[in-house]
Design a protein around this ligand. Structure first.
Ligand code: MF3
Ligand code: CO
Ligand code: CO
Length: 292
């Protein structure tokens, strides 16, 4: 690992930076009006950072170099990389390669053809966080692994499409898990989506696998992430000794995509799109066009 990258003094830090972690658990966050405008902006910045790092993915490029590209984009757009200094996390993005499920730390290993890498970006700007990730293929990838990546992308959009006012939060898992299982994939438990806004990780916890018990009913204005991790083999996982890197027990690949979304009066809006309306994750129009 290289040293943490510096952020100019003029860019505002989230409150947990320089502390052991965020203060206490946070409740459900709702946004409207100018609050929602700020969240849309943070989401757009995150989407742009993700596009910049994604464009740099190639054989021979290290995940630390991806961190550098992302870092420069956050700073150019006036944003703080939310993960940098979050509970001691040392880098500006997470890079999760092959069997890494999530929270991989960028390092000096060059990517090789056949790898897949999830790049997870969170931008803090104007007092709120936007969180988005995508899995990229490196050179030629074997067909089952390329399939895992594309199916995880579609599963993420199917989960988002299930969101709407009056729906249970569990509708997300009910859309994702049967789709994954139908394609011979498993859904990772324990790690999930989260409420987001001024607080990075807040209620509700978003399960992507179906769980027993009641979940909240969604109301307009509620903001959270949808970020399923799907695995080619077992979804059982363990942690590296660095206390961050989550890997599959069988070391078979895992893929993940993530958007930040808001429940609207009549459905859902994806907040992590570039100002031109683009994302490495895609959006719901592609689903309607028949990606199902
Ligand atoms: N962006 C990740 C998420 O989706 C953040 C992980 S926290 C970190 O929630 F410290 F590991 F970066
Ligand atoms: Co997230
Ligand atoms: Co994320």
């Amino acid at each position: 690992m290289s040293p943490p990258r510096p952020v100019p003094e003029g860019i505002a830090r989230p409150p947990y930076v320089g502390r052991p972690g965020p203060s206490g658990p946070a409740g459900v966050q709702r946004h409207r009006g100018s609050d929602l405008e700020r969240l849309r902006h943070a989401g757009a910045v995150a989407a742009e950072v993700l596009a910049s790092a994604g464009a740099a993915v190639a054989p021979g490029v290290t995940t630390d170099e991806l961190d550098g590209v992302a870092h420069d984009t956050y700073v150019r757009l006036g944003a703080y990389p939310s993960t940098l200094g979050y509970k001691g996390y040392p880098k500006s993005i997470c890079t999760s390669v092959n069997e890494v499920v999530c929270h991989g730390i960028p390092d000096d290993r060059p990517l090789v053809a056949g790898d897949i890498v999830n790049v997870d970006v969170t931008a803090y700007v104007d007092g709120v966080h936007g969180d988005t990730s995508a899995t990229f293929t490196v050179g030629e990838v074997d067909p089952p692994t390329a399939g895992l990546v594309e199916l995880t992308r579609v599963a993420t959009l199917l989960g988002i499409a299930a969101v709407g006012p009056g729906e249970h939060l569990s509708a997300i898992a009910e859309a994702i898990e049967p789709f994954a299982v139908d394609h011979g994939l498993e859904v990772v438990r324990d790690w999930g989506g989260h409420g987001i806004g001024a607080v990075f990780h807040a209620a509700p916890h978003v399960n992507h696998g179906i769980e027993r018990g009641r979940t909240i009913r969604l109301e307009p204005g509620v903001t959270f992430t949808v970020e399923p991790m799907l695995t080619a083999g077992t979804s059982r996982h363990h942690l590296w000794a660095d206390d961050w890197t989550v890997v599959t027990d069988d070391l078979l690949p895992s893929a993940q995509f993530e958007h930040t979304v808001i429940v609207t009066e009549d459905g859902v809006e994806i907040l992590t799109l570039t100002p031109e309306g683009r994302s490495a994750v895609g959006d719901l129009t592609a689903l309607e066009a028949g990606a199902r």
